[in-house]
Design a protein around this ligand. Structure first.
Ligand SMILES: NC(=O)c1ccc[n+]([C@@H]2O[C@H](COP(=O)([O-])OP(=O)(O)OC[C@H]3O[C@@H](n4cnc5c(N)ncnc54)[C@H](O)[C@@H]3O)[C@@H](O)[C@H]2O)c1
Length: 428
């Protein structure tokens, strides 16, 4: 039997051992889903704290409960390690490491390079390596393939290499790892066939595409689509503000069109590890090919200027009340980058707090999902949302519209509210 056929048969019998490199927001849910499907899964992470916690059945990711994880640990289907030598054990390895931006907004693929080096050090015949991290088109073929083939092993024959973008949407109650269709592209047709067979038991729908570049680009198209459309409605919010028209009324009415319109909502800007970051990967790649991605750049500009737009609104409402921003008490409600999650990465709330601070406001915050955080060397602690606090502050600014917040309390006790999400009206 060929190596590919052998691996496919192992996947069908759930006998393949899966390795997951990087056990964060993406890697851990994938690991647990694969374990639930019957695979044995070995997680590998450089963080001893993460690995110790997971082996003790403690999840650090909200989308995976301790009970769910504990069940797989107890059943012997999931364990984690910091020992890179153990990467020779798995038959399949999915790489889910971070892909941030450098200070100058260029791709930082150092985590992918480090993970590739770890895989390369113990690569053996019969292993399939699948990159999940969001990255620019060409990464799998240009960075990973030469490194792995330097071992003397041949792709598509001795080992298999594919790209399959993770689409996890943290906090989404409907779509999780299993029921979100998964795109896969292989370096060779055998790579694609092996990768699809490996994921088949754990994912309801697999979407094969012809190359790793196509698969890499799918993810960037999806996130650029969101960034551009959010940029468009954010611009519409600025336009409506200048015209004295209610942007939410306009959007809700437009959304009644049963075809040709998709509803996006304005807000304080974009956050998280994806929308503000991923389009820059494509823009960078295209700059190298002498092409300027204008939509990406414009949407990025618009979205990153929204915190300033909303801080100006705070200035306006305080001015109307005869107060200056300097010395005013402002309560920011919600600091996570979106509703019902505890993730602060790239959250526009951080920019908003920084801008208000710079103007001399006294900023406090309330967020039931984020009990405390440190930014710019300052530790902040979530304040209880009480009638006393709401009536004591000069302005309440709703930045994240978490479900379950007492919006009625805000409406009743706050002197002035700047509502970046239209939460008070929507939750009325
Ligand atoms: N968070 C999301 O919502 C989301 C959604 C879709 C895709 N993605 C993409 O998935 C990738 C991972 O993102 P994430 O949010 O899971 O990141 P994360 O920071 O939550 O997790 C990454 C994990 O990788 C570990 N790690 C870093 N370098 C390592 C190495 N060399 N070897 C082993 N482990 C290492 C870290 O310790 C951490 O535990 C990124 O490319 C991201 O763009 C993220």
């Amino acid at each position: 039997m060929s190596i590919a056929k052998d691996l496919i048969a192992k996947a069908e019998r759930r006998e393949a051992l899966f390795g997951i490199i990087g056990l964060g927001y993406v890697g851990l849910p994938l690991a647990v889903e694969l374990a639930k499907a019957g695979f044995k899964v070995l997680g590998y992470d450089i963080s001893q704290r993460v690995v110790d916690g997971l082996n003790a059945g403690r999840s650090h990711i909200k989308d995976v409960s301790d009970a769910e994880l504990g069940e797989q640990v107890k059943a012997g289907r999931f364990s984690a390690t910091t020992d890179p030598k153990r990467l020779q054990e798995p038959d399949a390895i999915s790489i889910c490491v971070p892909t941030p931006l450098s200070k100058f907004k260029d791709p930082d693929v150092s985590f992918i390079v480090a993970a590739t080096e770890a895989v390369k050090a113990s690569l053996r015949r019969g292993q399939a390596i699948i990159l999940e991290s969001t990255t620019y088109p060409g990464t799998t073929r240009e960075i990973m393939l030469p490194a792995l083939e330097a071992t003397g092993l041949k792709v598509g024959e001795d080992f298999f290499l594919a790209f399959s973008p993770e689409r996890v949407d943290p906090g989404n109650p409907t779509y999780q790892t299993r029921n979100t269709p998964k795109v896969v592209g292989g370096i060779t047709p055998a790579c694609l066939e092996v990768a699809v067979a490996l994921y088949q038991p754990a994912i309801d729908t697999l979407v094969p595409v012809s190359t790793t570049e196509a698969a890499e680009l799918v993810k960037l198209l999806e996130n650029t689509f969101r960034s551009v459309n959010i940029g468009l409605v954010n611009e519409m919010a600025i336009v409506c503000d200048k015209l004295g028209v209610d942007v939410w009324e306009v959007i809700d009415a437009a959304a009644t069109k049963p075809f040709g319109f998709m509803k996006f909502t304005p807000g304080p800007g974009v956050g998280g590890h994806c929308i503000p970051v991923d389009p820059h990967y494509l823009a960078w790649k295209m700059r190298g090919l002498n092409y300027k991605t204008r939509f990406i750049d414009l949407a990025g500009e618009l979205n990153s200027e929204m915190p300033l737009f909303w801080v100006r609104k705070v200035g306006e409402v305080l001015n109307d009340a005869g107060r200056a921003v300097k010395g005013a008490r402002v309560l920011v409600v919600g600091v996570a980058y979106k509703a019902n999650i505890d993730d602060l990465r790239e959250s526009p709330a951080l920019d908003i707090i920084r801008l208000l601070d710079a103007q001399g406001a006294h900023v406090e915050y309330h967020d039931p999902w984020v009990k405390r955080f440190t930014e710019d060397g300052v530790e902040r602690v979530s304040q209880p949302l009480t009638p006393e606090l709401l009536s004591a502050v000069d302005c309440v600014m709703i930045v994240t519209d978490h479900t379950g917040l007492d919006y009625g309390l805000i409406r009743t006790h706050a002197a002035t509210v700047v509502d970046t999400r239209n939460a008070l009206r929507r939750k009325a």
